[in-house]
Design a protein around this ligand. Structure first.
Ligand code: NIG
Ligand code: FE
Length: 411
């Protein structure tokens, strides 16, 4: 057992609702707080003095980790949507986009998703692992301890499995929780000779059974969009993946509306992007258990509008916020900066943002054991050297996390 503290504030996020709007005055804040952990779980939270005197009075064997300087403490964050396993770089795409080139012109000059596929195919599993671990470290430094990571730049059996194996190997080398997702349905690769439907069947028949066999992922994603996969074929694919026992998540409504409906209809854990979602469909997803995930990093990377996060929350939806970190549309990776920007444009309370990168994001991944500092929850937390939690978003990512704790241990 260990008591960690004192913290100027502990923002527990305890008792907050899974869905809908939240105001900052609903936040439970323990002033001069301490956290008792044991076996990676939270045992108790209270004022440091009360916890300390209880330990002394009962002579409970307990280590004490004193926090010397002024720090505040929050649940560690979850990034529920990333593509951080990739080879190469797409800075040229970014510059071309800003010079006014179209999606097609960029693709024709060797850019786009296909360019990342070629670089990823050319990288060995160990090369992918090395850069993946660097990106995981970057996220850990932000206080993010649970990270979803997609395949989707291999797009054939060998290379999709290579990506997922690199992610599995990374899990043996990091204390973060990695959640792999099979996104072989990112795009029909140029070297697949057949229709979209035939490619989706190929995934169902050739890739997913191997993913299962090697226990590489239990989640399946698809990019439903005019330039990728069409609504009907996607729905059939998702139902087949579900039949095989996979959880579902969808890249939905990024440029054209309609696919978030499919996500809800197939019972997806989350529908992500939603920049183009129409009001009627906002109501539809908000009344479901499918998490609506905003990806402000993609809006910033592409110069597109933001996900209507305010409307989703007002309609009672479950809103998560994730980085979408990828080489093409979202190269930044700094989820805290992205959250701060989304909050200003969408008028989100700090409580709504924090919920979106903690227990609501974790819910999208089926991990209901984390994201709130409450008795029995996983003891992942992050500290900042400041006296007030409002400073985190206020500084828009410039205030760095001081320490990240996983299972009660400082990493
Ligand atoms: O989430 N929208 C589709 N997929 C990624 C972009 C991938 C890429 O451009 O490499 C996304 O934004
Ligand atoms: Fe994405």
């Amino acid at each position: 057992m260990k008591l960690t503290g004192p913290f100027k504030q502990i923002v527990t996020l305890a008792h907050l609702p899974l869905r809908g709007k939240i105001s900052d005055d609903q936040l439970e804040i323990v002033e001069n707080g301490g956290i008792i952990t044991d076996n990676g779980k939270i045992v108790d939270i209270g004022t440091f003095e009360t916890l300390l005197s209880a330990i002394e009075k009962n002579a409970t064997p307990c280590a004490i980790e004193f926090i010397e300087d002024e720090q505040i403490c929050l649940p560690a964050f979850t990034d529920s949507h990333t593509h951080i396993c990739f080879g190469g770089n797409r800075a040229k795409d970014f510059a071309m986009r800003n010079a006014g080139k179209t999606y097609l012109e960029i693709a024709e000059s060797g850019g786009g998703i296909w360019s990342s596929v070629q670089h990823t195919r050319n990288a060995s599993e160990d090369e992918l692992l090395a850069t993946l671990l660097e990106r995981i470290q970057f996220l850990l430094n932000l206080g993010i301890t649970t990270i979803e990571i997609k395949s989707g730049y291999g797009l054939d059996v060998e290379n999709e499995l290579k990506m997922l194996r690199a992610i599995k190997k990374a899990q043996t080398k990091t204390p973060a929780t990695l959640v792999p997702t099979c996104l072989s349905a990112h795009l029909k690769p140029k070297d697949f000779y057949g229709t979209n439907r035939e490619y989706l069947d190929f995934i169902v028949n050739e890739i997913l059974p191997k993913v299962k066999e090697e226990n590489l992922a239990n989640r399946v994603d698809i990019f439903i969009e005019k330039s990728a996969f069409q609504p009907e074929e996607s729905k059939e694919f998702l139902l087949k993946a579900k039949d095989l026992g996979f959880e579902i998540t969808v890249h939905a409504d990024q440029f054209t509306p309609g696919s978030s409906r499919i996500a809800v209809e197939v019972g997806a854990k989350s529908a992500d992007h939603l920049e183009a979602t129409i009001d009627e469909d906002i109501a539809f997803i908000a009344h479901s258990d499918t998490v609506a995930t905003a990806l402000p990093g993609a809006s910033l990377g592409l110069g597109e509008k933001f996900t209507p996060a305010r409307k989703i929350l007002d309609a009672g939806g479950i809103l998560a916020i994730a980085s979408d970190w990828n080489p093409g549309s979202a190269p930044m990776g700094n989820l805290i900066t992205q959250c701060a920007v989304l909050a200003t444009y969408q008028k989100l309370s700090t409580a709504e943002v924090l919920a979106g990168i903690t227990f609501r994001a974790a819910f999208a991944l089926g991990l209901e054991d984390r994201g709130k500092l409450e008795k029995g929850m996983k003891a992942d937390f992050v500290t900042f050297a400041t006296d007030d939690f409002q400073n985190i978003l206020y500084h828009q990512g410039s205030l760095k996390a001081s320490h990240t704790f996983i299972n009660g241990q400082k990493i």
